[in-house]
Design a protein around this ligand. Sequence first.
Ligand SMILES: NC(=O)c1ccc[n+]([C@@H]2O[C@H](COP(=O)([O-])OP(=O)(O)OC[C@H]3O[C@@H](n4cnc5c(N)ncnc54)[C@H](OP(=O)(O)O)[C@@H]3O)[C@@H](O)[C@H]2O)c1
Length: 340
Amino acid sequence: MEALNITIIGGGGIVAREFLKILDERNTAVGRLRLLATARSAGRVLEFRGKPVTIEETSEQSLTRDDHVVFLSASGAASKLYAPIARDNGSFVVDDSSAYRMDPEVPLVIPEINPEDLEWHRGIVSQPNCTTTPMALALHPIHRVNSLRRIIVSTYQAVAGAGAAAVEGLAAESRAALEGRHEPSGTQKREIAFNAVPQIDLFAEDGYTKEEIKMANETRKILHAPEIAISATCVRIPAFFGHSMNVWAEFEHPVSPAEARELISGAPGITLMDDPSGEQYPTPLDAAGNDRVLVGRLRADTSRPGAITFWTVTDSIRKGAATNVVQIVEEASRRGLVRR
Ligand SMILES: NC(=O)c1ccc[n+]([C@@H]2O[C@H](COP(=O)([O-])OP(=O)(O)OC[C@H]3O[C@@H](n4cnc5c(N)ncnc54)[C@H](OP(=O)(O)O)[C@@H]3O)[C@@H](O)[C@H]2O)c1
C-alpha cells in the first residue's frame, strides 16, 4: 500500500491514540501524520513510530488538499463542520461520530460485512457505533444464509466508550467511593462507580435512548435489511474497557446452537469462547486490547423454539472504533478509492 498522508481531528482522544497504535501494529504505510484537537490539547506531544507529533488546534484552514485521509474522531458537531471541507479537498473522510451514519449518501461500513459499500462513497464513509459493530459481526454469518427477523439485545458498556474523560471519571469516583465518599464525575448520567446506569445518550419520545436507536438503525443499514425488528437496552457499567452484550435473535428458519456455532466460528473477526463444562466464556477483561469479537454462552432459547441467545464482548476502542477505521482505510486504499 502506498504511504498515506493522514490527518486526525480529535487527535488527543482515546480512539485516536489507539488508532496510532493500530497503524503501527499493522505496519500501515503512513506518509505525513497530523493530529488536530482543540486549544485544550494544542501543544501536547504524542509519539508515533518513535517520533514526536505535536497536537495542533483545529481550524477550517487546517485541512489541506494533500490530506489523503482525514479521520474525524472528535464529536458530531466537529464532523458536521469539518467533513465537508475535507471532502471538498478530495480527501477520503472516515467519520467516527454519528453525524453521517444514517445519511443515505454515506456508506456505513464494517469491512468483514459490507466492503462493497465503499465503492459508492462520495468522499465520506461512516464508522458504526461501538455496540453496533460487534452485534452485526456476530449475527452476519447466520444472517447470510438465514435472514434475521428479530433481535433483542441488552448491553453492558464500559466507560471507555464515552471517551478519555469517562475513564478518568470512573477511576476518580471509585477511589472516592472506596473512601466512603460519593463524588459523581459528571461523565455519565449518574455516578458510575459500583453502579449500573440504564441511560446512554438522550431519550427519544418512544422511551428508547439515542444509543439504542442507533444500534437498531445502523444494524439494518449495514446488513441491508430494513425489515429486521430490533429492541435494544443500553446500560453503562463500571468496567473500564470492553463492551458486553446479550443478544437474542430469531431468523426466518429455526437455528440450532450447533449450526450457529459452526457458522460463527468460521467467520472473520470472531472468536468463540464457549465451553460451559469448562466454565469458559468471555469477559470485558478478555476483550480489552483485543481486536476480536468474543462470543460465548451460545444456546437455544428454551422459551422460543428456533431462536438463539448468546453473550458477546468486544473492545469498543479497537474493533468498536479504531481497528474498524484502519480496516476501512486499508480496504478503500486496496480498491483504489483513496485519491493520491
Ligand atoms: N470511545 C469509543 O469507544 C468510541 C467508539 C466509537 C465511536 N466513538 C466516537 O469517536 C469520537 C471520539 O471519541 P473518543 O472516545 O476518542 O473521545 P475523547 O477521548 O473525548 O477525545 C475527543 C477528542 O476530540 C477532540 N475534540 C473535541 N471537540 C473538538 C472540536 N470541535 N474540534 C477539534 N477537536 C475536538 C478533543 O480535543 P481535546 O483533546 O483538545 O479535548 C479530543 O482530542 C466521538 O465522536 C465518539 O462518539 C468513540
